[in-house]
Design a protein around this ligand. Structure first.
Ligand SMILES: [Zn+2]
Ligand SMILES: [Zn+2]
Length: 509
């Protein structure tokens, strides 16, 4: 039986007033209008419910035309006749009959490291990898072991595991809070009011006691935080004058988003809402430099340092690009307003990976850093098997439902850092399925080498969408952030797993 704990029972009324929570609970989703388009794209359109005009005349909220209806009814999706399939964006079938619903691997090129072609593949793998490795067996059934309900006062936006203390997870939320939770002791948690607005990323920093981490937030600050005491200090403030009534607006207010930390270089890279990336060393007051890596006016949605080659940085943005940059080309301070410094910056970009829509994240594979994985809101996870191919089309495009138009944290596929083959990936699913009469949004465990679905993690008590997920770096634990709560999943016992395999023939092994 899973152990649940509720953090703030008295906040019940507060909680249900939030728009996204209500929408998540009742499953009324309306596809199509994206929230996050690049500057040149159409402004986001949000419609809430189907209108009925006159005597029962229907107006479709997907295409805006009258005479029909479309959208989710529970877990079933009614297609708009004027639009392609909501999942794969292709025509010729409905969303409910989309072949990718049961086989996301359809049409995928297989990774060359997938040993499905006998002795030659085994020999090639041995040559490439140099030694025999145990093949990691994926778990096919996961159960919620513990949960902390309403840990946050608003929806969870990011998660990070402690680098050395196995049972500690740190999470951020829409209000700017940072929470620390011990998922083995369940009731042990702290919540700090670190930021004034949405905490976008949390990353741990090298420190003697392991308590230092930093957060990037929509209030435009990058802060160093002590998770033991909650004390924090500002490393960067993009809006030092604060919000000035009548002067400040959405264009002048600068927000901080994608953020990565290089432990090897002792460096922080933090992207903003203007397409720029700040490079900082926490021992010095001012940033080292700032580079316009992405198109002006577009959010930098993620920043990731290469795990082995400390000269490489990978960023993603609302400008529909993921970019690989060479840190050796960084130059001396180029902060606006610094005297005597030239404004000409050398190109640090190596490759740009174009996408058809906004890229939510781009990550190097966690062990060798040889692969790149991006999550794009065109419902595709893209994987490049080697960095050398990063200027070519992706080796694999996996169709997966993560496009949405609600107030949710953008979905990001995450690598499982324990998988030395660098194949297992975790991502929350937007579209729901009917599981015994209940509409659930599973968290998917997938094989990035083949595109196959390995496991769908679901629990009848968890009916909200889980956009934020992180696999543990050392243990078989996955934490999901859903609404204001956190859930810790662990693999089912072998007996329970067998039961599941007998009832779910479609699940890949
Ligand atoms: Zn329609
Ligand atoms: Zn389809």
């Amino acid at each position: 039986m899973p152990r649940y704990v509720v953090n703030n029972p008295e906040q019940d009324s507060d909680e249900s007033s939030e728009e996204e929570e209500e929408q998540e609970q009742n499953g009324q989703a309306e596809p199509e209008a994206e929230e996050e388009e690049p500057a040149q794209a159409h402004p986001a359109k949000r419609q809430t419910i189907s209108l009925q005009l006159g005597k029962g005349q229907l107006v479709c909220h997907v295409c805006g035309k009258s005479g029909h209806n479309a959208g989710f009814v529970g877990a079933a999706y009614i297609d708009c006749p004027n639009k392609p399939c909501y999942l794969c964006k292709k025509t010729g079938h409905t969303t409910m009959t989309c072949p990718y619903r049961v086989a996301p691997e359809l049409g995928c090129n297989q990774s060359t490291s997938v040993s499905s072609d006998g002795i030659l593949a085994t020999l090639r793998n041995r040559e490439q990898d140099g030694r025999h490795r145990e093949v990691r067996r994926s778990h096919t059934k996961w159960l919620v072991e513990t949960a902390v309900l309403r840990l946050h006062s608003r929806r969870c936006t990011c998660l990070e595991f402690h680098p050395t203390r196995d049972n500690i997870v740190v999470s951020g939320d829409k209000k700017g809070q940072v929470a620390v939770w011990d998922f083995h002791k369940v009731t042990e948690r702290s919540v700090y009011n670190t930021n004034k607005a949405l905490t976008n990323y949390i990353r741990f920093l090298p420190s003697s006691d392991g308590a230092a981490c930093c957060s990037s937030a929509t209030d435009g600050t990058l802060k160093e935080l002590d998770i033991e005491t909650g004390s924090h200090k500002e490393l960067l403030n993009c809006n030092p004058g604060g919000w000035i009534e009548g002067v400040s607006n959405e264009k002048t207010w600068n927000m901080l988003y994608g953020m990565g930390v290089s432990w090897r270089r002792g460096m922080i890279a933090c992207g903003d809402s203007q397409g720029r990336v700040f490079f900082l060393d926490r021992r010095q007051a001012d940033p080292i430099c700032v580079h316009q890596l992405h198109k002006k006016g577009n959010k930098v949605t993620s920043a990731d340092f290469h795990p082995v080659d400390r000269d490489l940085l990978l960023t993603a943005s609302n400008d529909w690009q993921a970019k690989l940059s060479d840190m050796r080309m960084l130059c001396a301070p180029l902060m606006p307003g610094h005297k005597g410094k030239g404004q000409i910056q050398p190109p640090i970009e190596l490759f740009s990976m174009s996408h058809p829509k906004v890229v939510n994240s781009a990550w190097f594979s966690p062990v060798t850093g040889q692969k790149i994985m991006t999550t794009c809101i065109d419902n595709r996870i893209r994987i490049w098997d080697t960095l050398f191919n990063a200027d070519q089309p992706a080796d694999r495009e996996i169709v997966h439902s993560h496009d949405f138009n609600r107030y949710l944290t953008p979905f990001r596929a995450e690598w499982d850092p324990k998988d030395s083959d660098e194949r297992e990936i975790i991502i929350g699913r937007y579209i729901s399925e009917d599981f015994g009469g209940v509409a659930l949004h599973p968290v998917d465990v997938m094989d990035g080498g083949t595109g196959r679905l390995v496991a769908e993690m679901k629990d009848p008590n968890l009916q909200t969408i889980c956009p934020v997920n992180k696999p543990h770096p050392r243990q078989d634990i996955i934490i999901s952030g859903s609404s204001s709560s956190l859930y810790a999943w662990s693999p089912a016992s072998p007996d329970e797993e067998m039961e599941d395999l007998q009832t779910l023939p479609n699940e890949a092994l």
